[in-house]
Design a protein around this ligand. Sequence first.
Ligand code: LLP
Length: 409
Amino acid sequence: MNFIQLRNNNLCIENISALKLTKKYQTPFYCYSLAQLKNNFLNFNSIFKNIKPIICFAVKSNSNLTLLRELRKIGSGADVVSIGELLKAIKAGINSKKIVFSGVGKTEEEIKKAIKKRILLINIESESEAILINKLSKNLSKKTSVGIRLNPNINGKTHKKISTGTKGEKFGLLYSDCINLCKKIEKMKNLKLEGLSVHIGSQIKNIKPFKDMLSRLDKVIKRTKINFKFIDLGGGMGISYLNKEKKLNLKKYSQLVQKFVKNKNVKIIFEPGRIIIADTGVLISKILYIKKSGSKKFIILDAGMNDLMRPSLYNVKHQIIPIKKSNKRFNGNIEFVGPICESSDKFLNQRGFSEIKEGDYVSLTHVGAYGMSLSSNYNVRPKVAEVMVTGSSHKLIRKRQSLENLVKD
Ligand code: LLP
């Protein structure tokens, strides 16, 4: 189901036209459809309904408090990677027994907080971390539930900057290190080894890497003979950003996981981010200038790479559509760029577009995941507002950062 679409040539987020929103909110701003968010989460849940997983939404993909609260209301837990994300998940009302904490570089402060909050699992990524968590748990007179993260040495065949499951990466522990550390953790008095976790990367569109991942997990389970209470399969499910682009076959994945859990007494955890939230959000931006350069037209937007990093960071494409489509068309080469002083501040190159002029608005699509959460204040630009639409109403769910605050130190 698509809750963000062109209706009579007007881009609508649920029942509100983007044009109407531009009258209320200063561009650029992120806008989300709550119905789309709920639809995605419930759809994910239903595809995996036979295994009743704990779904820990990857907060790094979008940490807006209102959206986290909405996810909590429909049963989501949280996958966090910092004390900030942990505190936000708790503030959103997410039960600590539905929170998992991943990451290779957890600090003492972060670990202590996670221990005190008695979260579901702290996923350990090194022996030194296990020793530290054990020590801190002892100081706090606690026995802490932990998981261990396997690096299965599997290539997710995704963008190399978001691939995490191969040998050369910093994430998790390679097979034999993982086995050895399992044995050591079992002897640590203040740790309870309950989970085995894995995350091989993001935006994975083929089923094969997931299949291989499950068989590596099986190997670890057989070899260690540990009855892990939880198997945390991470996130990484790939979506389709552009028309007709391949996406992960989630039903197939679900069948594989069903097969995997058969005859095992384990609870599956997922940490999905992108698949839940990417297509719930658009970034609405105004055309500041149109500049001709040779045979090309630069469309200079008020949104820049600091607002949406993905195109310049990973060289990926987000579709751009006019929020009011004209019946006329411009057929030449155009390039959508931002106002930042870097040549990598470009969003999209394409041939032809609906006829547009300075002062019109466009929408960058599928930016709900790793859009706002990756944004920065580069060029001393304020972080933009976030708006949520539900049915025919809209509300501001994060204020645009004030310039006053931004220039104070
Ligand atoms: N679990 C762990 C341990 C992770 O590292 C990640 C993402 C996820 C879950 C969620 O993955 P997802 O379901 O969203 O693929 N900034 C990049 C993506 C970085 C992903 C980092 N880890 C992008 O914009 O594509």
